[in-house]
Design a protein around this ligand. Structure first.
Ligand code: B3K
Ligand code: ZN
Length: 892
């Protein structure tokens, strides 16, 4: 298959007005009859109708009542080209599908005996021949027919028009979606499902029907998703003035699903992982994720569905924007300042841990890519999370009100259209009378900008000069980069740790301090050139700068802080994000020094701790841990050291075992030094009474459990008892799993028994069994041999994506010191699994294929086994486009 280029976009030759579909659902042979009414796009001279198809069996094709034969159309790579078509065309297309054979989980497939569809990005063409591209939007009517006993529930997009019996045990349902939509938003669901439903009154007074559909037996796990949906509806009304446009909104949970969820119009289909929750099976993190994903899919109804993408290169138009919206939604629901900061910290962690490496590796691409071989490979952290940061920067530059004006204009201009990232930028610019031309580079240039800051204080002149310089390393196909427009939020702290009033030389009075307005303590500097200086006046003492507050841009910022300055910022910065950041900087500094020690003399990790004096960090963390004025969840994130992946990214050469040794050594040093404080925090944050998933209770559990995990580093009898007690008495999964994790990573006598009892207790809950596999995949003692053994467990299967991810992905991405074992056994294992998955599910396989992206950053011996593994995959026969693209780029 050929590479697709953004520059080669051409408008469609034909638009589709209406689509009428009839499905005769059967697991072995499903018949699909589709009638499409097309109108020629007279903005082109093209008279060829292109209907995409993917592994489709065509039964018949009729044009304007005439049956077409082999010489009336051309078959090109599985697609149908009908040349010389008239301006008005009605096509009747009949196809047959084999849903039970479909393991790719794209198009129409079967899960637990029920039918589901997944059409984004190009799955509709696995159902029928169609102009399956997002700039072709049409109105759909869908007739579903199936056996009534086996498939009592028949759902599709929009409104239910009619239902009834067909005799011979079959029944039907007719659905009509009143809104035009691109084919990727089509969905159907059929099977034995039950729902929790509620009538909900919109702010306008209109009543809508909300439903959460699950398999029978799961109705005790739908309340949180329903609450999240109602919160989402309310939030979008309040924050953006956007109302639900349908009378009926459905969420359906499915156990076999390639990603998180899908925003099909009015019929969102979700991975069970992002729907099902009750205290017994779901952790606080699950609760938070469900809220975020329910919000995300709901928000797509406006950002994605009502206004969609012209082509798939514009994917971040809907994904970056919708991630930004779900991030803001979650933050607004938390409310408290420190809770918001924790949300921001979590989001930035994801960006740094996953997107920064992507942006520096062989798959690096811009937020609006220039080319792809397989579009499914571009549902990436760059498109989603970096895309969200780009949207956030508009808000940082324009303010909340300015951003809202931009959004309003965007909808006013483009409702019902398929548009581009440039259209969004233009709406933001025009609504605010701003020139955002340079901002385009955030869409066109890949790579993470590096910003270096320097501060010069002139005591005589009472000025601070802040000099900011930016560079960006080359990316594949992009040697030279032009300067980005980077909003850098800054503050200056005086010796007492208070924010100084900021007066920026040459800035208009309203943007900084004037006699009338109250003092400004944080300013957004706009760095637009390669290097720029900003002068603050009236600065009476040498300050400590707080830079890139709230992470105002997706860049790596360096400043030559002393250790004491970092400890000072940890204690005083009014910007909660930067307080945390200062702690991370200090910890990273010690960890890098310790990694150096471990790799240089190959000593045990204890030696590494002994050679680095971490007193400053330890004391700062003691202060944080015991500061009752700080929220619990905030204290928890400050106490969490940078992950092994984050440390790896900060090193020129990655030494996974040394990194692991260093981090463990520092954790033990902290556990020893802060043992009494951890014990106190543990006791103080126990909750009596029933489980509640709210942010405050979750924060208490998080702090208590991080204390437990540090204490577990001591691996002594008291902590074994403590963990065992928590495991045995916990009334919720958060505490249960934390205790099990603590046990498994110690030599506690009860650890094997706990693992076994956990399995038998939750055998009937697939999502909990996933956790059971994950916990073991990431355990410190788990090596490749252990993972192979776990794969032989009867509950393991590669066919279910959640299960494959829970074990294989968790090991390959979440246990780096074992996965990158010096003997290369982990890499060989990885190749086997990518190859096995390739023939089952290319999308899942291609995700796993990304695990060796960073092979060039490892020492030569490890590079060799990684290259060997990559080549082994590359040499596999019948490699999917998905895997081929990832592996080819890695090896280039
Ligand atoms: N839009 C879907 C992702 C579809 C992925 C296709 N491979 C989920 C989401 O972002 O909301
Ligand atoms: Zn999305």
């Amino acid at each position: 298959a050929p590479t697709i280029y953004r520059e080669q976009y051409t408008p469609p030759a034909y638009f589709v007005d209406t689509v009428d579909m009839g499905f005769d659902l059967d697991q072995v042979t499903t018949r699909v009859a589709t009638r499409i009414k097309l109108t020629r796009n007279d903005a082109t001279d093209d008279h060829t109708i292109i209907l995409f198809g993917d592994e489709l069996k065509l039964v018949s094709l009729t044009m304007n009542g005439t049956l077409l034969g082999k010489r009336d159309y051309e078959l090109v790579d599985g697609n149908l080209h009908i040349p010389g078509a008239p301006d008005q065309v009605t096509l009747d297309i009949e196809t047959v599908l084999a849903p039970s054979q479909n393991t790719s989980l794209m198009g129409l497939y079967v899960s637990s005996g029920n039918f589901f569809t997944q059409c984004e990005a190009e799955g509709f063409r696995k159902i029928t021949f169609f102009p399956d591209r997002p700039d072709v939007m049409a109105k759909y009517t869908v007739m579903l027919r199936a056996d009534k006993a086996a498939y009592p529930v028949l759902l599709s997009n929009g409104n239910l028009i009619e239902e009834g019996d067909l005799g011979d045990g079959r029944h039907y349902a007719l659905w009509e979606d009143p809104f035009k939509k691109p084919s990727y938003l089509f969905a159907l669901v059929a099977g034995k499902l039950v729902c929790q439903e509620e009538t909900y009154r919109l702010q306008s007074g209109r009543d809508v029907q909300l439903q959460v559909w699950v398999e029978p037996g799961n109705l005790d796990k739908t309340q949180h998703a329903m609450d999240s949906l109602k919160n989402s509806i309310r939030w979008d009304e309040k924050r953006f003035g956007l109302e639900l446009d349908l009378d009926r909104f459905m969420i359906v949970a499915v156990g076999d699903f390639n990603m998180g969820a899908m925003e099909n119009k009015g019929l969102n289909i979700f991975n069970t992982k992002f729907v099902l929750a009750n205290p017994r099976i779901a952790t606080d993190i699950d609760y938070a994720n469900i809220e975020a994903v329910v919000g995300h899919e709901y928000f797509h109804n406006w950002t994605g569905n009502r206004v969609t993408c012209r082509d798939w290169f514009q994917l971040s138009l809907k994904e970056g924007l919708t991630v930004f919206r779900d991030q803001e939604f979650s933050a607004d629901l938390i409310g408290s300042t420190s809770g918001r900061a924790v949300k921001r910290i979590d989001d930035v962690r994801v960006l740094r841990q996953n997107q920064f490496p992507e942006d520096a590796g062989p798959m690096a691409h811009s937020v609006r890519p220039d080319s792809y071989l397989e579009i499914n490979n571009f549902y990436t952290v760059t498109i989603y999370e970096k895309g969200a940061e780009v949207v956030r920067m508009y808000q940082t530059l324009l303010g909340r009100d300015g951003f809202r004006k931009g959004m309003d204009l965007y909808f006013a201009r483009h409702d019902g259209q398929a548009v581009t990232c440039n259209d969004f930028r233009a709406a933001m610019a025009d609504a605010n009378g701003r020139d955002l031309t340079q901002f385009e580079r955030w869409y066109s240039q890949a790579g993470t900008p590096a910003v270096t800051a320097r501060m010069d204080y002139d005591a005589a002149a009472k000025t601070v000069t802040l000099t900011l310089a930016q560079t960006c390393a080359p990316s594949p196909g992009q040697e030279d980069k032009l300067p980005f427009a980077i909003p850098v939020a800054v503050g200056l702290l005086d010796n007492a740790g208070k924010d100084m009033a900021l007066v920026l030389q040459g800035a208009p009075a309203e943007r900084t301090n004037s006699k009338r307005s109250k003092p400004v303590h944080s300013l957004v500097l706009e760095l637009t050139e390669a290097e720029q200086s900003f002068i603050f006046t009236g600065v009476t003492e040498k300050p400590v700068p707080s830079l890139l507050r709230d992470f105002s841009a997706p860049v790596v910022l360096t400043f030559d802080y002393s250790d004491t300055e970092l400890a000072f910022l940890m204690g005083h910065d009014s910007d909660a994000f930067n307080r945390w950041e200062a702690g991370q900087r200090l910890a990273t500094r010690y960890l890098l020094a310790m990694v150096g020690t471990v790799s240089a003399d190959k000593t045990a990790d204890q030696t590494a701790a002994a050679t680095v004096d971490a007193t400053l960090l330890i004391e700062a963390l003691r202060t944080t841990l015991t500061d009752q004025s700080l929220g619990q969840s905030y204290r928890e994130v400050i106490l969490t050291l940078p992950s092994e992946t984050m440390i790896a990214e900060a090193l020129p050469v990655i030494a996974p075992q040394a990194i692991h040794g260093a981090r463990q050594a520092l954790r033990r040093a902290l556990a020893q030094a802060l043992q009494p404080e951890f014990i106190a925090a543990y006791s103080a944050n126990r909750i009596d009474g029933a489980y509640q998933p709210d942010a405050e209770s979750a924060g208490k559990r998080a702090l208590k459990n991080v204390a437990l995990s540090y204490l577990a580093e001591l691996d002594d009898a008291p902590v074994h008892t403590l963990a065992q007690l928590q495991y045995d008495s916990a009334d919720n999964m958060t505490d249960r799993l934390a205790a099990l994790g603590a046990l498994v990573n110690t030599s506690a006598p009860g650890r094997q028994a706990a693992l076994a009892s956990f399995y038998s207790e939750f055998e009937a809950e697939p999502l909990v069994i996933d956790k059971w596999f994950t916990l073991q995949a990431m355990a410190r003692s788990t090596d490749v041999a252990t993972v192979r053994e776990l794969m032989r467990h009867p509950a393991f299967t590669l066919k279910n994506p959640n299960r494959a991810r829970s074990l294989i992905f968790s090991f390959c991405n979440g246990n780096p010191s074992q996965f990158h074992a010096i003997d290369g056994s982990g890499h060989a294992f990885w190749a086997e699994q990518v190859i096995a998955l390739n023939s089952i599910n290319p999308q899942v396989a291609a995700r796993l294929a990304r695990s060796l992206d960073r092979w060039r950053k490892y020492p030569p011996a490890q590079q060799a086994s990684m290259q060997e593994a990559l080549r082994k995959v590359a040499d596999t026969a019948a490699l999917s486009n998905d895997v081929l693209e990832v592996i080819t780029k890695a090896l280039t």
